[in-house]
Design a protein around this ligand. Structure first.
Ligand code: NAD
Length: 504
């Protein structure tokens, strides 16, 4: 029988999506709606409003008024801390509901969202708890007079103002938190745009934030596709900062589009992250399972930081390939609410066509297909399913070793020594993450220092709410997570104050 998710739709209780402007939910000024089709079944799941330019104006005006009035940024620190902690608690209380909504949005299986920390509601809650701690600790410096004499030189950290936060579809819990928590902790106000492929989850997250006590206007939500809704935000003169997570192509466009008003921009973009598996890896089979898991399990490789290039020492190459295929075989596909299902479909037909195109490219450029490489049919024929795909003997310059595919495709590249491995690892336009598998501590740190990437996992990787995350090179601008993240939502102001009339 062909897969259907309709019974879950009724059980989760999906509502029609509306805009959230100035503390009120409503349809906005337009008549346009977006119909969300489920990636696993192709069924219509629900509709939400497409915000008009007037709606975006209203959202920005509301955020500006809220910012200028200081209802949030000038309220007692203990009030702001309490709201952020209360929200973290609400997220945890509503975790099951949110996971269900996400499964209806992007078809990430419950088996994954309930067990893998980085994509869990609990991680998002931890990010809010962490940032609540920064609310009353952000400060500047008082410096001794450089030129001598009697004066004070000081710095203050001021909230940057109105932030346009634009989200991708793949990890709504964490990515909502990574933007909204530091922006609020810094005292900013926000206009948020979720991805059109993952809207219902984010609307509920916004609703819970209001329930936690966030004042009206502090967070506004406009829904709809990148063009026109995102476009109206990134060019809006009332927006002070664009905080974007998504593809490199849109990131580049944001840099160009925001140039007219010199907005502050932070970008979390794509990657082609390598895993370097040395002959002295503590457990080659576990390394292979970790790499293949990241490229297939849960999001089916639609994860920015997945190690989609495995650079493997020739001495353990065959062992790695064998274990990699064993892990790939374990993936199961279907209804995301079924606890036995471990991996998702691709998000939409465009991505399905793109991934299948890369698989053909891999074959035509001479890589050896050792596993998968096909769209899944049968009961799954109406979904965008592609099974785990492993290419061996890939040239590091091949298209599938250089471009972000955003699908369950692993390129395995052999190497002979450490120098060659590091050179190939860095031979990419991206620099988001990397993995190093070695039992030799000196090698692990030596190689980690040489890799041009923002996050390195040594014999494993986990997201930490207080650890900066972001990219070198074309993987982004700035960092999310921890102190550097909250500082990115502030402007630094210097104040000079003579203490006598002599310096005036
Ligand atoms: P995308 O770039 O297609 O869309 C991201 C967001 O940008 C969506 O909300 C979309 O509507 C919006 N958008 C599209 N065109 C726009 C425009 N002209 N102006 C303003 N906004 C516009 O990306 P996606 O398919 O949603 O997500 C996948 C990409 O995100 C991958 O490249 C992945 O690597 C990256 N990603 C990066 C991180 C990270 O932390 N570095 C995390 C998750 C995903």
């Amino acid at each position: 029988m062909t897969l259907t998710v309709q019974p879950h739709r009724e059980a989760v209780g999906l509502k029609t999506g509306q805009l959230y402007l100035d503390g009120q939910w409503g349809p906005g000024t337009g008549s346009g709606t977006w119909t969300h089709r489920h990636p696993a079944s192709g069924e219509e799941i629900g509709e939400f409003a497409i915000a008009t330019a007037a709606d975006v104006d209203a959202a920005v005006a509301s955020a500006r008024d809220a910012f200028e009035s200081g209802t949030w940024s000038n309220s007692r620190a203990s009030t702001r801390v309490a709201v952020l902690h209360r929200y973290a608690d609400l997220l945890r209380e509503h975790a099951e509901e949110l996971r269900g909504l996400q499964a209806l949005d992007n078809s990430v299986p419950l088996s994954f969202s309930s067990t893998i920390y980085a994509t869990s509601v609990g991680a998002a809650a931890d990010v809010f708890d962490h940032h609540a701690g920064w609310v009353d600790k952000l400060g500047g410096e008082t410096l001794a007079p450089y030129q001598g004499g009697d004066h004070l030189a000081m710095t203050f950290r001021e909230p940057i103002g109105v932030v346009a936060a634009i989200l991708p579809w793949n990890a709504p819990f964490l990515l909502f938190a990574q933007k909204v928590a530091p922006a609020l902790a810094a005292g900013c106000t926000i206009v948020l745009k979720p991805s059109e492929y993952c809207t219902f989850t984010v609307l509920r997250m916004a609703e819970l934030l209001a329930e936690a006590g966030l004042p009206a206007g502090t967070l506004n939500v406009v829904t709809g596709p990148g063009d026109p809704v995102g476009e109206a935000l990134i060019t809006h003169p009332g927006v002070d900062k664009v905080s974007f997570t998504g593809s490199r192509a849109v990131g580049r466009h944001i840099v160009e589009a925001s140039a007219g008003t010199l907005k502050r921009v932070s970008l979390e973009l794509g990657g082609k992250s390598p895993a370097l598996v040395f002959a002295d890896a503590p457990n080659v089979a576990l390394a292979a399972a970790t790499v293949v898991g990241a490229v297939t399990m849960g999001l089916s490789g639609q994860a920015c930081v997945a190690n989609t290039r495995a650079l493997v020492h020739r001495d353990v190459y065959d062992e790695f390939l064998g274990a990699a295929q064993g892990m790939a075989q374990a993936m199961t596909y279907g209804d995301p609410f079924d606890p036995g299902v471990t991996a998702s479909p691709l998000i939409n037909e465009k991505q399905l066509t793109r991934v299948l195109g890369y698989i053909e490219k891999g074959k035509s450029e001479g890589a050896r297909l050792v596993f998968g490489g096909e769209r899944l049919g049968g009961d799954l024929e109406n979904g965008n399913f592609v099974g785990p795909t492993i290419f061996a003997d890939v040239d590091n310059n091949a298209t599938i070793a250089q471009e972000e595919i955003f699908g369950p495709v692993l390129a395995v590249v052999p190497f002979s020594d450490e120098e060659e491995a590091v050179r190939m690892a860095n031979d990419t336009e991206y620099g988001l993450g990397a993995g190093v598998f070695s039992a030799d501590v000196q090698r692990a740190f030596r190689v980690s220092r040489k890799l041009r990437a923002g996050t390195i996992g040594v014999n494993g990787f986990q997201v930490e709410p207080h650890l900066p995350f972001g990219g070198f090179k074309q993987s982004g601008l700035g960092r999310e997570g921890g102190k550097s993240s909250i500082e990115a939502y502030t402007e630094l102001k210097s104040v000079f104050l003579p203490l006598t009339d002599e310096m005036m």
